[in-house]
Design a protein around this ligand. Structure first.
Ligand code: DGL
Length: 273
């Protein structure tokens, strides 16, 4: 990394801050790191208060604001809400004067682009499904498209266990997706950043004719446009770095983090927010 943390006037070496309730947001971080390998990242997993998806909108909003303040205090240049449940409550495009990204808007845009027949399925936490945020955004873009939603509350713990393509997970995913498959969806939004960790089980049930939309890739596309337009300044580091902070260290975070980000993923630091 350059010795000047802010970089030159045309660059900015401060990290991009990313948060989720747990490790699901690491799927977004992975997509961002792969898209922008010279950027530095600070990740916050609020593992002490996971899950968010079963909590009220007010509580999710309060936790999300606290997480964003933590990132802002750590001098990030932009912030990414790598959690659908939190994104439903925070749709502004800036926080503390810095660019703010949520996963709903790029996810809805990517789904509309991917859909061949205008029949879009959404799987998510109860908070995400009950908010109606995806359906609202998709209707704004394509009023004639139909959105079919299914809350899948059992999937986050399975993802946190690392149980992709396990017979138990396959069966639960099959049961959750029955109604959506009967509606003959052509596209399925993975409306929880934990779900890409279960993509094997999910695609096994949908078959290859249903396009899966992953928030991580959708948000990387949006940020690429902002780097091009100058809304975000690039880092001039040779190699980007990753720092991971978590608010509780009891779970299997470290092993799964290495599985998601690769063997050189840093050990998580326990932090107070
Ligand atoms: N990763 C979060 C999301 O995208 C869900 C996990 C949770 O319920 O906290 O909604």
């Amino acid at each position: 990394m350059s010795s000047n943390p802010a970089g030159s006037s045309s660059s900015d070496n401060r990290p991009i801050g990313v948060f989720d309730s747990g490790l699901g947001g690491l799927t977004v971080l992975r997509a961002l790191r792969d898209a922008f390998p010279t950027e530095n990242f600070l990740y916050l997993g609020d593992t002490a208060r996971l899950p968010y998806g079963s909590k009220s909108p007010e509580t999710i909003r309060k936790y999300s604001e606290q997480n964003l303040h933590f990132l802002a205090r750590n001098d990030v240049k932009a912030m990414v809400i790598a959690c659908n449940s939190a994104s439903t409550q925070m749709r502004d495009d800036s926080f503390d004067g810095k660019p703010l990204y949520n996963v709903i808007d790029p996810g809805a845009q990517a789904a509309v682009k991917a859909s061949s027949r205008g029949r879009i399925g959404l799987m998510g936490t109860r908070a995400t499904v009950n908010s109606g945020a995806y359906a609202e955004e998709i209707k704004k873009l394509k009023p004639d498209f139909q959105v079919f939603s299914q809350a899948c509350p059992l999937l986050v713990p399975l993802a946190e266990e690392g149980w992709d393509a396990d017979p138990v997970t396959n069966l639960i995913v099959y049961r959750y997706l029955q109604t959506l498959m009967q509606e003959q969806i052509d596209t399925l939004i993975l409306g929880c950043t934990h779900y890409p960790l279960l993509a094997g089980s999910i695609q096994r049930v949908t078959g290859s004719s249903v396009a899966l939309v992953d928030s991580g890739e959708a948000i990387a596309e949006l940020m690429r446009n902002d780097f091009t337009s100058g809304r975000l300044k690039k880092s001039d580091s040779d190699n980007g770095t990753i720092r991971i902070c978590i608010t509780d260290a009891s779970g299997p975070f470290e092993g799964l983090s290495r599985k998601i980000l690769g063997g050189d993923a840093p050990a998580p630091e326990l932090t107070n927010i």
